[in-house]
Design a protein around this ligand. Structure first.
Ligand SMILES: [Zn+2]
Length: 523
């Protein structure tokens, strides 16, 4: 029913029936280009999105740089492409510290028993066996000298280094049920506590990384933090700073419990078993696939989405969904448009999360693609329908993007807000790597579906958060944009528009940053 009504072009005709007037929709299809029709049909009748999503997110799992899962994911993607008759390959550009996550078990064993919700951070050193010890809270000292004097107290203990959140309820829940006075008080208490904790860390005289290392060097058996993501049950899971003992993140509820018990002198004890495997120095790579152009093989239209993820969840919306959009669009294009005018190339980038490293390396290594790029479309902000498409600061982008977008059916096109000339991306995702060298790279901006609190880099970024209707919408839109950009008789000029002044003064074009081609040991 939904598809049926979506296909209507919103024109209605009035029919006279008997004595009354009733409005009936005319089942008139929008006049679409036959290839566009074929793209939509293939996407709707033969969708591979759920299968691909299940195989990648559930079968392979998270795709941390340097992990064997990242290699497994690349092998999987290459096999999918080959199966669709599309050439695909892995292209190494550097090395990283190799590390595979093992199990994490965290339990409170005193003053009472409770299994705690938590996990080790990425690249955390492992425990040989279960370690049971008391907790201690990072002390509020006067200065770095006082910190050094206090430091021996951590010997044989797990050190709690995060602020306990005064509330585990997200702000929207307070806004729905709290009195104005209690909301104001909660926000003030939280802001004061956050400020005081920031000062507590800064008075040690050490950065976050150096602090973790000072604690382990003083004999702490582990570092315990909690990085709440401002929603029920969500924590962000990043990388450890310790080199010898584990760093674990514990969910807000359990962390605050431990913190209160420690502060009230009840000497809680936790048992931690954290396993992982160091793999030495391993290659880092991009995974690329290509449908060669027939008429202009040396001109390129690119699809782009980073392939790596953090590993607290399975990277479903960051950036599993962007990956699914690009793979499905490639599959559809190969099926209905196997002989493109220009070459279609997809980049599934490595190590975006450590600083756009895969795409920056590709830009450095492939000037022949960059200088002959008609357009690149990148998607990397979650599972939602694409609603924003800007001109990235290019003077003539408006003419091209407007006509490419016009080929999409109204139910997809009308929800996309365009913005010209737009602003060149200075960072955020892989389109910025291309923008930095003046190549036309555009961001497909999606509806957020509570992305920043609930899924982005969190322990809850999992398959169940994927909204497949929206991902299918985006695969169709991407395939249409790529098809139109391939067929366009003209190349998009890369002249830069005069950029309007931003809130912080005149805007300048972003400059290129070198790819980090080795890393993982210097946190
Ligand atoms: Zn991302």
């Amino acid at each position: 029913m939904k598809n049926m009504t979506q296909k209507l072009n919103k024109s209605f005709s009035l029919l006279v029936v008997g004595l009354g007037l009733i409005a009936l929709p005319v089942v008139a299809q929008e006049k679409l280009n036959p290839t566009v029709e074929a793209i939509i049909k293939e996407a709707n009748t033969n969708s591979q999105l759920q299968r691909l999503g299940h195989e990648l997110m559930d079968g392979v799992g998270p795709r941390l740089v340097g992990s064997s899962k990242m290699t497994q994911a690349s092998d999987w993607a290459i096999a999918q492409y080959k199966n669709w008759g599309i050439e695909a390959k892995r292209e190494n550009y550097g090395t990283w510290r190799g590390w595979d996550r093992g199990v994490s078990h965290i339990d409170m064993v005193a003053p009472w028993t409770k299994s705690l919700e938590g996990t080790q951070l990425a690249f955390s050193p492992s425990t040989k066996k279960t370690v049971t010890a008391e907790t201690i809270v990072l002390a509020d000292v006067a200065d770095s000298l006082a910190f050094q004097a206090w430091l021996p107290n951590v010997k044989g203990k797990f050190v709690l280094i995060s602020m306990p959140q005064p509330t585990g309820r997200p702000d929207y829940n307070w806004a729905e049920f709290g009195s104005k006075a209690s909301i104001d008080k909660m926000k003030k208490d939280r802001a004061d506590a956050t400020d005081a904790w920031r000062k507590r860390i800064s008075k040690t005289g050490l950065s976050a990384a150096k602090l973790a290392q000072a604690l382990e060097n003083a004999g702490a058996v582990g570092v315990v933090g909690s990085l709440w993501s401002n929603g029920f049950g969500v924590n962000k899971i990043f990388a450890a700073n310790t080199k010898k003992v584990p760093t674990i993140d514990i969910a807000l509820e359990d962390y605050a419990l431990l913190f209160r018990l420690t502060e009230s002198g009840q000497a809680p004890k936790i048992s931690v078993f954290a396993q992982s495997k160091e793999l030495g120095v391993v290659p880092t790579f991009n995974t690329l696939a290509e449908i060669k152009g027939k008429e202009k093989p040396n001109e390129y239209v690119m699809l782009s989405a980073h392939f790596d993820s953090w590993d607290g969840g399975t990277g479903a919306t960051d950036n599993g969904t962007g990956t699914l959009v690009m793979m499905e669009a490639m599959r559809i294009l190969k099926a209905v448009y196997p002989n493109p005018k220009r070459t279609i190339l997809v980049g599934h980038w490595g190590s975006e999360e450590q600083g756009l490293n895969g795409s920056r390396a590709f830009v450095e290594d492939h000037p022949e693609v960059v200088k002959n790029l008609q357009a690149l479309f990148n998607q990397d902000n979650g599972t939602g329908r694409v609603v924003n498409l800007g001109g990235a600061g290019f003077k003539y982008a408006k003419d091209f993007i407007t006509r490419w977008l016009a080929a999409a059916p109204s139910y997809i096109r009308d929800t996309v807000k365009t913005n010209f000339p737009g602003s060149p991306a200075g960072g955020g995702s892989d389109n910025a790597s291309f923008i930095a060298v003046g190549a036309p790279a555009f961001s497909l901006g999606a509806l957020n579906w509570s992305y920043f609190n609930y899924t982005w880099h969190t322990n809850r970024d999992t398959y169940d958060k994927i909204v497949f209707d929206d991902v299918r919408n985006n695969a169709i839109l991407t395939a249409i944009l790529v098809y139109m950009a391939c067929e366009d008789p003209e190349r998009m000029p890369t002249d830069k528009a005069e950029l309007p002044a931003g809130p912080r003064g005149p805007q300048t074009w972003p400059t290129q940053t070198k790819a980090k081609r080795a890393g993982g040991y210097d946190n």
